[in-house]
Design a protein around this ligand. Sequence first.
Ligand code: F6P
Length: 551
Amino acid sequence: MSPDQRSSFLAEHIDRLARTHLRELLKDAVRGKRLRHRLGPLLLDLSRQKLDVAALDALGAHVEASGWQAARDAMFAGAPINTSEDRAVLHTALRASGSKLSSPAPREALDEISETLKRIDALVHAVGLGDASAFGVAPGITDVVNIGIGGSDLGPRLAERALAPYHVPGLRSHFLTNVDGQSAYELMHQLDPKRTLIVMVSKTFTTQETLLNGNVMRDWISRAYEGEVTAVSRHFLAVSANVAAAEAWGVPAAQVYPMWDFVGGRFSLWSAVGLSLALAIGCYNFHALLKGAALVDDHFRTAPWQENLPVLLSLVELWNRNAQGRGSRAVVPYADLLTDLTSYLQQLEMESLGKQVTPQGKPVAQSTSPVVWGSVGTNAQHAYFQSLHQGTDVVPLEFIGVVKPAHHLVANHDALLSNLLAQAAALALGKTFDEALAEAKQGSEEERHVLAAQRTFPGDRPSTVMLLDQLTPESLGALIALYEHKVFMLGHLWGINAFDQWGVELGKSIARQILPALENEGANTSAFDLSTQFLLDTIHDRRLTLAKHDR
Ligand code: F6P
């Protein structure tokens, strides 16, 4: 165990709990009460985490000593806590309209947000009525394509799919994100250019993938109008903090919706970045999403640590990561509608918390972001759960379920939920060698022992269960905000800036250097490392060979 995992204030608890199986811990009702909490439509059950009351209180004392309330209040008030970019972090102000508390965010920011929400409402309303010409949009739109990547894609994509039962009729949504031309190619074959509205979403409006995909779709629409620029522009809206670049690219100023430097891309669903979502589910539901998030904001601002869901989630993660040394966490929603939750959380958590230096440029004192991965259950059970039950590494899990589905297929849903509950129980309880031996009825004594060894489950594997009453705009907003604040708390506790992302820059700049060498066969590649040179040469060679075959 490395020193960072054995933080001295937790050492005694780590040792004690290493000797205590979850089977034992689960018998303690008082402990269970401390680890189960409800907030509106959300239930959080942390009782299968390997913590007892004493360890939880030690973690609580740590968080209390950390000055978390002051740090939290500074974020809500718009202090420039993203120090490497000298920016405020005000995604909570985006949903202040749904809050019961008054917002401490700067008035100017709140006014701009409220103006933008009004613009979104008016546009969505007009599109719903079938005539958004006053907003520069062509008539007869049937398909909306959100072009964006990372935070300009994952949030709207997650929510659009999660809220499929709330979709307005007559308008289909699509998401074009990867620079792989395959998706654009397929969309162009599927859609009618004269009935397609493109929403270009890019905070910076410099992102290669988004601009390339935008160019492809613009050319496609342009061909349908024989290059008539004004007609083409009626098929484009943009969302950006770089309004000048969006305009220069060809979206008229009146059709550009603002983003702000005080909102990070991965926290931006609640802004105009959610425009394609708002078009898909209508204004009422979009506001309900904001309201759900505001419910968690209010809770985060007021609840003591013992009952504060984001704080408790962050303490459990701190415990698993730093005290137990777990390097990854699996997120397994038992809901097909939440298929995109894991990739959304990968960006939210790993782009925010995958840091190794403090804002002062010093190495961090402990490990930071675990790898977040996962996929929907029950499919996951038939793929990688074997390893989660009997593999050599312990991976904490997060199970997310929905009590009441949006359909009437009760038998399916009961089967789904029973699997969720069963997996959480099996991982925690396991099956002892003696239990497995008692089940092995056939064969010699030796054969029974050999089989029992393979049919033993260690158990003692931690998981969290989150249950949403129903998957509604409000509960989804609450769920996402819960994770956002957990991320904030971990950034605070780990002493890192959770709101910048310098780690994505190096690859981008090398790609810019490599591109000309891919485009021009004869380009001088000697500046690249030998592996890159070899791969570039191979690609050029193979292209020639494949072209010959095509002839
Ligand atoms: O490359 C990472 C990133 O900057 C993310 O942080 C961001 O969400 C994404 O790219 C898209 O950026 P933009 O909205 O500026 O196109």
